[in-house]
Write a protein that binds this ligand. Structure first.
Ligand code: XMP
Ligand code: MG
Length: 178
């Protein structure tokens, strides 16, 4: 994959260490609570998988797929649910697991949508936070890494569906991004 990499931003080791830390924090915070992790497909899949293995209390997982219309490297804020949850979230403690918060438009739509289903609580856990381009006022409760305004891929994040399988987060070479 090296030929596609401009710069490795977050290494496999750094991710593993941070994910363990977040798993420990969540395990403490949600002890004795009915915890449901909601993975936002597809970008959060690697993070969800690794994070759930670091959570040491009983928990459930469910999956949601959303798409935002518009250019491929930018969110439009118009969100469509492609796949909804299988389970009811009423009176349950929910953590939305996201790959990245950029403008925050996708997440603010999701929060609004899920709040209307009356969960006991709703928190946000994101691997990456890119606050430079924030439009909506969402703040994650658990953050892996705050990054500068770069387009990044790897560890679940894609460009044109590629690079999700790369185990680190990297800035792709400019000639890759059309
Ligand atoms: P918003 O702007 O709604 O965006 O917070 C959230 C979604 O936009 C995608 N996104 C990215 N995907 N590299 C990616 O591969 C990036 O740097 C990036 N920034 C935003 C992503 O799908 C995220 O869930
Ligand atoms: Mg995404």
């Amino acid at each position: 994959m090296k030929q596609f990499v401009e710069e490795i931003l977050i290494t496999e080791d750094e991710i593993a260490k941070k994910v363990k830390e977040l798993g420990e924090r969540i395990s403490l915070d949600y002890k004795g609570k009915d915890l449901l992790l909601i993975c936002v497909l597809k970008g959060a899949i690697m993070f969800m998988s690794d994070l759930s293995k670091e959570i040491t209390i009983p928990m459930d997982m469910d999956f949601m797929a959303v798409s935002s219309y518009g250019a491929s490297t930018q969110s439009s804020g118009v969100v469509k649910i492609i796949k909804d949850l299988d389970t009811s979230i009423e009176n349950r403690h929910i953590i939305i697991v996201e790959d990245i918060i950029d403008s925050g438009l996708t997440l603010s739509y999701l929060i609004q949508n899920l709040e209307s289903r009356k969960p006991a609580s709703l928190a946000i856990c994101t691997l990456l936070d890119k606050p430079a381009r924030r439009v909506s006022r969402v703040k994650p409760d658990y953050t892996g890494f705050v990054i500068e305004d770069h387009f990044v891929v790897g560890y679940g994040l894609d460009y044109d569906e590629k690079f999700r399988n790369v185990p680190y987060v990297f800035i792709p070479k400019a000639e890759i991004i059309k």
